[in-house]
Ligand binder design. Structure first.
Ligand code: FA5
Length: 347
């Protein structure tokens, strides 16, 4: 290729960036096809050295085709979508051409949290855990009573819960599912198999928001019950999971904490990978990701299990914080921001 043609290609690439920039800002996307920059490139074909003219012309044409595709795609996205009348099934009373249209698949992608939750569940499934769903409205029994929070206990206030006038509760953590999981899989124990389940789902807290606190976020709960389960099993399980999730052997740390539903209770921290440390201070060394501990005998009893025979551990992690650490995301609020620039980085 001659030097002249390289310069020509550079010019086309530069023009592509300029056009894309203009295109993003244009209200009427079709106007991009009349952009003066495109016209200049066409004029350039005439002035190109004869030996480069064909290649240059082809590249200009290919750019024009790309620009046309941008316009077509934007028009597809802008097409009005008929409102869905939930009382009128499509097949019964809408003409085929009036049925609601789905957006073309290439216009969307999975939310990064969905992708990560699937990935996290996949790891736990490979470790022998089943995956259960939580619910987004619950009751006092599952939020507090079954978890050994006595009535009027001050620890209830630690979970700034949203409540309906009828006293129903938007769960403030996935631990609301511990009782249900133990009841559901109780029969495993009779067969000599453990209860091993994880529950990823949304939780809600009346929080002051900042870079690491959202009012609505995801947690993943884990419950494991069998005979002779001890803290060592808990540590081994969490370390194995963390190394798999982060793809490297991270140092983990448990420090004593208080939860009414586990005894002993711990906060679980990981040593931040180098790329996620702002400096070498002790504060930057560890990141708290969740709580865990050995399931309290009262919690076992409330699910009909005999704590003299069985022991178990439970853990609950903040999904956003795990993902933030993995991808170096500095603010939890990005996830719910609907900011396409942020979301597209993961598609
Ligand atoms: C709990 O919610 C306990 N249920 C965890 C647990 C489960 C302990 C089982 C023992 C046994 P905590 O309130 O610390 O604990 O929250 C757990 C994790 O959720 C936090 O470490 C953090 O990663 C995440 N988290 C908590 N609040 C927020 C918030 N407002 N925004 C984003 N993530 C949060």
């Amino acid at each position: 290729m001659t030097e002249g043609s390289t310069t020509g290609m550079d010019e086309i690439n530069k023009t592509r960036d300029i056009l894309r920039d203009k295109f993003e800002k244009l209200e009427d996307k079709k106007q991009i096809l009349k952009a003066v920059e495109l016209r200049k490139l066409y004029d350039g074909i005439r002035n190109a050295p004869p030996e480069d003219r064909a290649a240059y012309g082809q590249a200009v044409n290919s750019l024009k085709l790309d620009v046309q595709t941008w316009v077509e795609q934007s028009q597809e996205a802008d097409e009005e979508i008929s409102p869905i009348d939930i009382t009128a099934p499509w097949g019964v009373n809408s003409a085929a051409d009036r049925r609601p249209q789905f957006l073309p698949a290439e216009q969307g992608s999975q939310h990064p949290l969905t992708t990560e939750i699937n990935y996290i569940c996949d790891i736990f499934q490979r470790m022998g855990f089943v995956v259960e769903e939580s619910r987004e409205i619950d009751d006092d029994f599952h939020m507090f009573e079954s978890l050994n929070f006595p009535e009027d206990h001050p620890a209830r206030d630690d979970y700034d819960t949203f409540m309906t006038d009828e006293g129903l509760i938007a769960p403030a953590h996935t631990s609301t599912m511990q009782n249900r999981v133990m009841q559901k899989y109780k029969a495993n124990l009779d067969k000599g198999e453990p209860i091993a389940a994880v529950v990823p789902d949304r939780v809600f807290r009346n929080e002051d928001l900042d870079a690491t606190h959202e009012h609505t976020f995801y947690q993943i709960e884990g419950v494991y019950v069998s005979k002779n389960v001890n803290v060592g099993n808990l540590i081994a399980t969490l370390s194995t999971y963390m190394s798999e999730y982060y793809g490297q052997q991270l140092k983990t740390k448990l420090q004593p904490f208080y939860f009414p539903f586990t005894e002993p209770s711990f906060e679980f921290a990981i040593e931040r990978p180098d790329v996620l440390r702002k400096d070498n201070s002790e504060e930057q060394k560890w990141l708290e990701l969740g709580g865990c501990g050995m399931i309290h005998p009262n919690v076992m009893r409330s699910a009909g299990l005999d704590p003299e025979v069985y022991t178990g551990f439970a853990f609950g992690f903040g999904v956003e914080r795990m993902v933030m650490m993995k991808h170096g995301i500095e603010d939890v609020r990005h996830f719910e921001s609907a900011n396409l620039k942020f979301l597209r980085q993961f598609s």
